[in-house]
Write a protein that binds this ligand. Structure first.
Ligand SMILES: C[S@@+](CC[C@H](N)C(=O)[O-])C[C@H]1O[C@@H](n2cnc3c(N)ncnc32)[C@H](O)[C@@H]1O
Length: 453
């Protein structure tokens, strides 16, 4: 019988060390290497800048890690954080903040062009000045990973390395409010025992009106562990909350309400609720949303993706009525009680999945829409907008986004709404980047759209 030659499956690509010049940055601030090797491949590498000649190691088909910078860019600066080389968190601090913001604006513009939101050959976007943040110590909330090293009987608390599950142990974080890591460092000796550490998933430190540490627990804690956490809480006056799969509870029922103020009103929340990480810039962002939407006392507003009412409450103060829509039932309830606590009775809160929303869920149409979705964007809301009759559509929309690609996708849908088949029913009247996450590649954008009357 003839034996056929059976080629062996090729091994995964072998890692190589190469040298190249960076041609651009992509939308995640990764350096782009074009035309690599005989196949003219494109590769993406974090940490390098356009124009730089670098030595890098290939890791996957299109990825690589930076080994050495052979010819640095004039735009490069020494990263201010001591953990920069290992930590996967602030991946864009090797350039000045003005460069970071300029790049972010360019990314948004390029994505809008790519998705057909506008045509740079015939029009320009009405960019406004970016909302600029404090470059460091701006976070009022951090989430830290944990791992118990059994052999060494030691708990690691820190951030994940880039593209890895390894944890970089940290005792400070340059972008976090100083009190956050200080609280975690103080709690560390209590956590650093196998009875707690082996059951710890991650932890979160938050500081608005007062500090709180939320411990994500994978199994119930023994009585002595709960006692030592309780004693620490009483001694340090820092609340501890325990989060298991189904429950979120304050330890020993500690904890008066947590709150944050916005526009002169108080927003109460519970650890675990969504909270904009950058408190300073959040206030300016909400103020700008109000300015751009310019609500009047006769107008109705929808606030989609409302969280605990960060935009809804200030909008309710200035309009006839607000309908706040939020997927997480607990937060939807919190928005309503926040309205009541601030003496507002013109806000209705609806808990609903905005991927699957219809006009009948919302009752009366609204003049103004505020949208602040998570990274997947607001495709369901775009479908709703498409289905509405032109006269039922809002006269103004403010879209706040933390993901420029889904923002561009959604705005392309709005740009496609053409009642007279020629020009779009909506035009972008203002947009800007919001410096919500300095030192990182993450991009926050605000866009205001107005309907042609
Ligand atoms: C970026 S946060 C904004 C929250 C709020 N606007 C604020 O400024 O604090 C996005 C919110 O959308 C909610 N969300 C995400 N997906 C949703 C969905 N499919 N339907 C309804 N709400 C959703 C999240 O629970 C979260 O509260």
């Amino acid at each position: 019988m003839a034996q056929f030659f059976k080629p062996q499956k090729r091994n995964k690509s072998v890692s190589k060390t190469l040298r190249a010049q960076v041609s651009a940055l992509d939308h995640q601030a990764r350096a782009v290497i074009r035309g690599e090797g005989s196949k003219k491949q494109t590769r993406f590498i974090m940490g390098a800048l356009p124009g730089e000649v670098i030595q890098y190691k290939t890791t996957g088909k299109h990825s690589g890690t930076l080994e050495r910078i052979l010819e640095p860019s004039a735009d490069r600066r020494d990263a201010p954080c001591k953990y920069y080389d290992q930590c996967g968190g602030c991946d864009f601090q090797h350039v000045a903040e003005s460069y970071q913001l300029g790049h972010k604006q360019q990314v948004v513009e390029e994505l809008f062009q790519k998705f057909g939101v506008f045509d740079s050959a015939t029009e320009s976007l009405p960019w406004q000045a970016p909302l600029v943040s404090e470059p460091t110590r701006y976070r009022r909330r951090v989430r830290l990973a944990t791992r118990w090293l059994g052999k060494e009987q030691k708990l690691l608390i820190g951030f994940r390395e880039a593209q890895s599950h390894q944890i970089v142990a940290v005792d400070d974080c340059l972008v976090a409010d100083e009190s956050l890591l200080q609280a975690v460092n103080r709690l560390y000796p209590v956590l650093n025992t196998s009875s707690i550490a082996t059951k710890l998933g991650h932890l979160e430190a938050i500081h608005t009106n007062k500090p709180v540490i939320l411990l994500r627990i994978t199994d119930s804690l023994p009585k002595d562990a709960l006692q030592s956490l309780g004693s620490w809480q009483a001694e340090h006056n820092i609340d501890i909350w325990l989060q298991s799969e189904n429950e979120l509870t304050p330890l020993n029922n500690a904890g008066l309400p947590f709150d944050t103020s916005i526009d002169g009103d108080k927003l109460y929340f519970q650890p675990g609720d969504f909270l904009q990480v950058n408190g300073g810039i959040n206030e300016r962002m909400v103020q700008q949303a109000i300015d751009w939407l310019a609500p009047e006392k006769t107008q109705r507003v929808y606030d989609f993706f409302a969280g605990i009412g960060n935009f809804s409450i200030p909008l309710a103060r200035r309009s006839k009525a607000v309908l706040a829509v939020e997927g997480v039932y607990r937060m939807a309830k919190q928005t309503l009680s926040n309205a009541e606590a601030n003496g507002l009775n013109n806000l209705t809160s609806l808990s609903a999945d905005l991927n699957d929303i219809s006009a009948s869920d919302l009752k009366d149409p609204a003049d103004l829409w505020c949208l602040d979705p998570a990274r997947p964007g607001a495709e369901g809301v775009m479908t709703l907008l498409e289905k509405l009759k032109p006269e039922q559509r809002p006269s103004r929309i403010v879209y706040v986004s933390c993901a420029p690609d889904t923002l561009a996708r959604d705005l392309a849908i709005i740009a496609g709404l053409k009642s007279d088949k020629k020009s779009s029913d909506y035009r972008i009247t203002k947009l800007c980047t919001v410096d919500m996450f300095p030192q990182t590649h993450h991009i926050e954008t605000m866009v205001c759209l107005e309907r042609a009357s």
